[in-house]
Design a protein around this ligand. Structure first.
Ligand SMILES: [Zn+2]
Length: 218
């Protein structure tokens, strides 16, 4: 781990952004650890520093703009755009569909980097990238504060993250915490009633599609 990565790790712990427990991630996976980047970015000075560091990793791709999925990517995307001196836009989900609203537009051939807080499965990142491509832009790279893909890089363009965190995550049926009958998985950063069912109940609903969360978390 480099000095910069050690500093980031320390900031994650000091800010309470790195939590241990039993969590349901927005990807539908369960994990014993969760990263709430909103707490890392709560301090604007820290947010600026992290954004500038990520901007330096992405500068080599010469982006014309930064695009991030709301809500998770908004603060860091904006800070990265500030660091690069380019415009920032965000996509948002309405029901199932990810869209570009509020009058935001992308130019034909515009070089776009997609910036996220945490990438786990890459689902919302990929949806954001598809949206940009469908509108004629060119996605030149993906950036994130934290890479939780554990080496399963889901992208076909360069992916740069400030820190790789290999925090194990599991399908609900394989989750050790569920199997041990521990507390139900907590869905962090969402409404209090949104608590995951333990695996036993989950198995009956295996064929059902995992409901996408209202906001990005993990
Ligand atoms: Zn579990």
């Amino acid at each position: 781990m480099s000095r910069d990565q050690q500093i980031l790790m320390q900031m994650l712990e000091e800010s309470g952004a790195l939590r241990r427990g039993h969590f349901l991630l927005s990807s539908g996976l369960h994990s014993s650890a969760y990263v709430q980047c909103a707490l890392l970015l709560e301090d604007p000075v820290r947010a600026r520093k992290v954004g500038q560091d990520l901007a330096e990793l992405l500068r080599q791709f010469h982006p014309d703009s930064v695009l991030s999925p709301a809500l998770g990517g908004v603060i860091i995307g904006h800070e990265v755009a500030a660091g690069l001196g380019v415009p920032f836009r965000f996509t948002e989900r309405k029901g199932e569909e990810m869209g570009l609203r509020r009058g935001f537009n992308l130019r034909q051939g515009e070089r776009v980097v997609i910036v996220e807080d945490v990438v786990t499965t890459g689902r919302s990142t990929l949806e954001t990238a598809s949206l940009a491509t469908a509108r004629g832009a060119r996605v030149v790279a993906i950036g994130a504060i934290i890479d939780r893909t554990a080496g399963r890089d889901p992208f076909d363009v360069p992916f740069r993250a400030l820190l790789e965190l290999d925090l194990p995550s599991y399908g609900p049926a394989d989750c050790p915490a569920c199997r041990s009958g521990a507390l139900p998985a907590e869905k962090p950063g969402s409404r209090p009633e949104a608590v995951a069912k333990p695996a036993a109940a989950e198995e009956e609903r295996q064929s059902e599609r995992v409901e996408p969360p209202a906001d990005r978390a993990g």
